[in-house]
Each structure stands twice: as structure tokens, then as C-alpha cells.
Design a protein around this ligand. Sequence first.
Ligand code: BG6
Length: 521
Amino acid sequence: MSVETMARPVPLPQNGGAPASVTPCAFVLFGATGDLTRRKIVPALFDLDLQGLLPDPFVIIAFARRDKDDTTFREDLRAAVREFAPQLPTDGPEWQEFARHVFYLRSNLDDPEGYRRLAQRLQELDRTFGLGGNRLFYLATPPDNFDEVITHLGVAGLNRPGSEQGWARLIIEKPFGYDLNSARQLNALLAPVFAEHQVYRIDHYLGKEAVQNILVLRFANQIFEPLWNQKYIDNVQITVAETLGMEGRGAYFEKSGITRDIVQNHALQVLTLVAMEPPVSLAADHVRDEKVKVLKSIRPFTLEDVAQKTVRGQYGPGFIETPEGTRTVPGYREEQGVDPLSSTETFAAFRFDIQNWRWAGVPFYVQAGKRLPKRVTEVQIQFKAVPEVLFARLDCTGLRPNRLIIRIQPDEGAWIEIASKVPGPQLSIEMVRMDFRYGSTFNTPVRDAYQRLLLDAIRGDASLFARGDEVEAAWELLTPVLDAWQNLTCPIFPNYPAGTWGPPAVNSLLSGGRVWHIPQR
Ligand code: BG6
């Protein structure tokens, strides 16, 4: 029977049909033996459990191909938590209690019988644990498997909750599509099976504390919003820098490049939060409506724009600072799984022009790269200079325009740079910092982004997840750039040594005496 006839969106109200509260549920994990499960998902779930934040009862069912059973799988997960979250207690009763609710269902992802068994198992678990028919499916498989899992879930009727009052939701990992067409196809495949309010598209940057703080900083303080526009802001810069190279992901990265890996999702999410209008409310759709408007207001790239407003790079061999000292690292083309003549970009920089009332004339510069000198993500809001009267005329050379820096990681927080008189008999000015750090201010650890996102999906709050039209709008903007890069002459790669801030050409992107903000920490 076709998906169209079997699978119907569940007629639930907005927000997954439930108020933002945690109700018992089954968490069904596809891709359960993969890296993401081990590194992120299971440590996050166990930590949430330890904090008492998971619903009670909460059951995990792994759906995977490998030959395992409940016992061996539970041991695998314990080893993963020990490796990736060694601070969590895996020897005591807490782990035993958590593991008791973990089950393994062995099946190929393309076997309809496996999904029938899953449906049966869910019914049994509903009865045993009183899960109320609530189920959260998590697609943590490689994207090539998305189609078959979604289709089979629909055919098996698993897009519907197990009871009338229950709910069914689907979390999809990135990448959501490879370009505009594939993202549209994936949305079209989803639409007849899961309604939009059931779908939670992950962008883990949205789960980061300091990314969530952007809206608080902007809209819970009266002092910023009046200045947050083209009258007072000169330019905005977003830097997403990593020291990591490929770490065994060369084959994946060859097809992705930094633009698909970081810019289309994480960097553009940050940009929309910085640039959006105040939403009507904090409801998921109100926030997402405003983000989509920003993406749609960005001037589309013509071929000429691509040549002038984008820069791409690829790292060669170089040096990286590590806690153990300076380390020599190979160039991208020498990495495992990478074509020795590859033209994939490991660095990209863009100038985005948002054509709306608030931002006309204010460039938004974005740069992202692998093997840069520091792992740091920061947003710099550069204000305009004060009028050239009073202090600017004096010999007080330290005067510069104000800057607000939002530190997304590491050392989450924000600082603002303001002019101040240097103590003494002469009038001399220096720029000083007012600095806020999460760590020292709140004295509570900043948790991994996955914890917040998993919890939100469990409680039916989709505001930190990307909506279908939002993902498409981001692809609509960047697909022409990716296509143009295929047709334009490629720069001579490698064009930056590992451990440096990208190719020199990146400076040509900035005009009017502007310079890139180089994060110091
Ligand atoms: C992932 C990318 O989405 O984000 C990785 O696929 C990247 O290549 C990672 O390293 C960065 O995330 P974070 O949270 O470490 O900044």
C-alpha cells in the first residue's frame, strides 16, 4: 500500500498537540549504533535523567541492523557515556535504572517486518510502562536512509500516536538536504506522513545557551533595541572557527564543504536571530516566521555577486596549538577519504545584504572554517563612530567605535567595548570592556545543546528547531553560490596553511576600512 493512502498527518493542534510539559513517552532511535548516539544523544539523555528532567517513565528503543540484544546494547551505551561524558556516574544505581528502560530491536532499515515488530513492541511497552501512546522518533541515521525510514514509519502507521490522547513526533538530524531541490524533496516526502508540527529539524546551534541568549539580550533589555538598526550599526560579523580538521570525516566533508556543513545551518541561524524583528510572541511559529522573513530579505546572489561577495579556501599543511603544544597537521588533500585534487572548500566567507528597513546598507559578514587558529564562535556588532567633534578632534588616539561581542563558545557570554577616560591629568581615551560570562556569573555548568533540544522535543516545544520553509529559504540563498562555484574558476587550493585565519583574499570582502574581528580567546 502506498504511503499516500496509509499515512495521514495526525490532526493535532500546534506544538505537537501537547502543552510544553514532559509526558511519559517512548524514544525510538534510528542510527542507534552510530557516532552521534554515542557522543551526544545518550550522554544527553542520561544527564537529563540524572537531573530529574526526563519524564517518568521514559523508554528508549534502538532500531538497528547490527547483531545485538538489550544486554549488549546497554553495555555499549555505558561505554559510550564513560568515553564521552566521563563525569557522569555509570557504576551506580542511577545507570542501572536508566539502562533498565533501554531496549534493542534488531532490523534492517528497509524491512517492513521490522517496523511491524516495532509497532507491536511499542504497544507492549505502552501497556507495561503506561507511556500513553506517546512516541518520539529520532532519525540519527546518515541522510541516505531518511527516505526509507520516513516511508516505512508511515506505512506501519507509526506516524500516529498509540492512543487517542497521545502524540507522535519525529526529530531529524542534519543535514536536511544537500541543496534546494533535495531539501524540497525531503519536505515533500515528509508532508504526507508527518504534519509540520510533528517534525523537529535539528540545528544543534539553537540549543546553545548563548545562541538562545541573543533574543534575551535584544528583547529583554531596553538599551539595545533602539540602536539595533542601520542608523547606529556599521556592520555585523559572525565567525565560526574550528581547529579541527577532518577527524575521519573526510569522505562526508568532500560532498559537503564548510558552506553546507556550517554556513547553511548554524551560521545562518545565528544571523537570523541577530537580524530578526521582534516576534509577536515566543511561540515557535511566531519566532520562525520572523527568521524566515530575514532569509527572504537577503539579497540573492547573482553570478557577479558570487565573485565579489564570497571567498572560499582550503587548508594546506600547517600547525595547530593544542593543550599538549604545537602540532603539525596535514593539508585537507592529505586527509583520509579526500581526493588529492579536491576543490572542496574548508573555509568560506560571505557578505550578506539584508534588504529591509532595519538593515539596508549594513553588511553582515560571515566566515567559517576548519583548521583555524582557535575554536571560537562569536558575533561582533560594530556600531558607527561618534560624530567627529569633541574627543575625535583631540589627540586621544584610543577612541574607536563601540563593539558588542556575543561569545557563543567557548566561555559563553558577551562583552561590550566602550570608550573611557584614562585616569590622569590629561584627556586620553581608551576602549575598555564590560564583560559578562555565564560560567562565573551563574555558577552553573553550561549543558550540552543536545540536552535542551531533546527535552524540548519531548515536551513539544519546536521553537529551537528549524521549520521546513526556513530550511528551504536558507538553501534558496546558498544553492546559487554553490552552483556558481562549480562554474567559476576555482582558486588555487590550498590557499591557507592550517592554523591561520583563512586565505588572504578574505580581507577583500570588507570595504570602507573595515577589518575582520579576530576573536582573542
Ligand atoms: C556540526 C558539523 O554540525 O557542527 C561539524 O557537522 C562541526 O563539522 C560541528 O564540527 C560544530 O559544532 P560545535 O557545537 O562543536 O560548534
